[in-house]
Design a binder for this molecule. Structure first.
Ligand SMILES: [Zn+2]
Length: 404
């Protein structure tokens, strides 16, 4: 059995947080100078621990256990959102580093090694999941050539700064028995429930719609109500029906949001001639997602039979990702052996594990975030919870090595 060093783990996390430090958080967006510096820092740490490590020309860092023919892949990402927190991504990578290093130090060679990965641009500055998608050969040159940040910066010149690095790491399909990713929860449930460990059951799917309404503008004082083609009122009715349906159809983990509604011309004394609404919903259960989508489409069709024309456009459709129960069970057992009953949670946010799960068994573990905060400089977790999470994940890795 390996034994992790909690002090060393915390020191690594704090050292990493200094690269791109911004007030109490970190600003280390993908492929920035700070991001690359952090990745080189990781390569140095992995090499010092005895792994064969390098950063490739998309920024992915991979550290391989040189003595193992098979391995468990452990990791996350070290890029952040602008003015982000110090733990989102970094936690999972530092756990992986500490676990791989402790396993080598335990000096009990095992046929199944521990490889460490930090994927590039998980946060989607240029291309969401750039690194994990590259690792599995999902990216083509065209996609890289056209990718731009929301501020219009192109991906290609950012990648050109590391063009001298080795060719992209590719997943060695025969090598990996599974992938483990630890992450802060990025939500309030664990803190509220007093849970220190969560086993993630899956990552939610997302459906997103744009709805447009078209009526006719007219004087809001002189046009009788029954004679109006009110594009605004039509959308409001639809929105309220959506809320009602979702409350009825929702499962435990369903969340939904009407993120925007606009009317034109947008003044008090003119009946709106046009409206637009953006909404989404997320769930771990594809059946709930499909049912909600069908119900909403039926509402739109029904509304379209009235005086206002209504069009619906699906602008995102991401299927839910199931994670591997066998790997999750190893995390549960490891937590239970340390006296903690883990809670099961669905992840409402995307993670690299979503991509990895397409190719190998994958699992995720959450530790609490104080106040449920993330993607902000106030993001934090207590030192005790950070160290405890790493101990549990290390035990889970040991269990999986024994059973692989
Ligand atoms: Zn993250």
């Amino acid at each position: 059995m390996m034994r992790i060093n909690g002090k060393r783990l915390l020191a690594d996390l704090r050292e990493l947080a200094r690269i791109g430090a911004f007030k109490t958080g970190v600003d280390r967006i993908a492929l920035s100078g700070e991001d690359i510096e952090a990745r080189r820092w990781l390569v140095g740490k992995l090499a010092a621990a005895g792994l064969t490590a390098s950063m490739d020309r998309v920024g992915n860092v991979l550290g391989r256990d040189p003595k193992a023919a098979k391995a468990i892949l452990v990791g996350s990402h070290t890029d952040t959102v602008p003015k982000g927190g110090w733990l989102d991504g970094a936690l999972g990578v530092c756990y992986a580093l500490e676990i791989a290093r402790s396993a080598i130090e335990a000096n009990a060679p095992h046929a199944t090694g521990i490889d460490v990965v930090s994927f590039e641009d998980e946060e989607g500055t240029y291309l969401p999941f750039l690194g994990s998608r590259s690792f599995f050969g999902e990216l083509d040159d065209h996609e890289i050539a056209v990718a731009r940040s929301k501020d219009g910066a192109a991906l290609a010149p950012a990648l050109a700064t590391i063009a001298a690095e080795p060719p992209p790491h590719r997943c060695d399909a025969g090598r990996y028995v599974g992938y483990l990713e630890a992450h802060i929860e990025q939500g309030p449930r664990m803190e509220a429930g007093g849970n220190r460990i969560a086993v993630v059951t899956g990552l939610v799917g997302i459906k997103r719609f744009r709805v447009r309404s078209r009526g006719s503008a007219n004087h809001a004082g002189t046009t009788p109500m029954a004679m109006r083609k009110d594009a605004g009122a039509a959308l409001i009715a639809l929105a309220s029906g959506f809320e009602e349906d979702m409350r009825r159809l929702a499962g435990r983990d369903t969340v939904w949001n009407i993120g925007n509604m606009t009317f034109r011309p947008g003044v008090a004394n003119i009946v709106p001639s046009e409206g637009e609404m953006l909404l989404e919903f997320r769930d771990i259960d594809a059946v709930v997602m499909d049912r909600a989508a069908a119900r909403f489409r039926a509402r739109v069709a029904e509304a379209d039979r009235g005086p206002v024309r209504i069009e619906i456009e699906e602008i995102a459709d991401l299927a839910p990702t199931a994670l591997a129960p066998r790997l999750g069970a190893a995390i549960s057992a490891a937590a239970a052996a340390r006296g903690e009953t883990p809670v099961s949670l669905a992840s409402g946010a995307g993670h690299d594990a979503m991509i990895v799960a397409r190719y190998m068994p994958a699992a995720m573990m959450f530790i609490p975030s104080i106040g449920g905060v993330s993607h902000d400089i106030t993001e934090n977790t207590s030192d005790d919870d950070i160290v405890f999470g790493c101990e549990v994940l290390a035990d889970a890795v040991s269990r999986l090595r024994e059973s692989s």
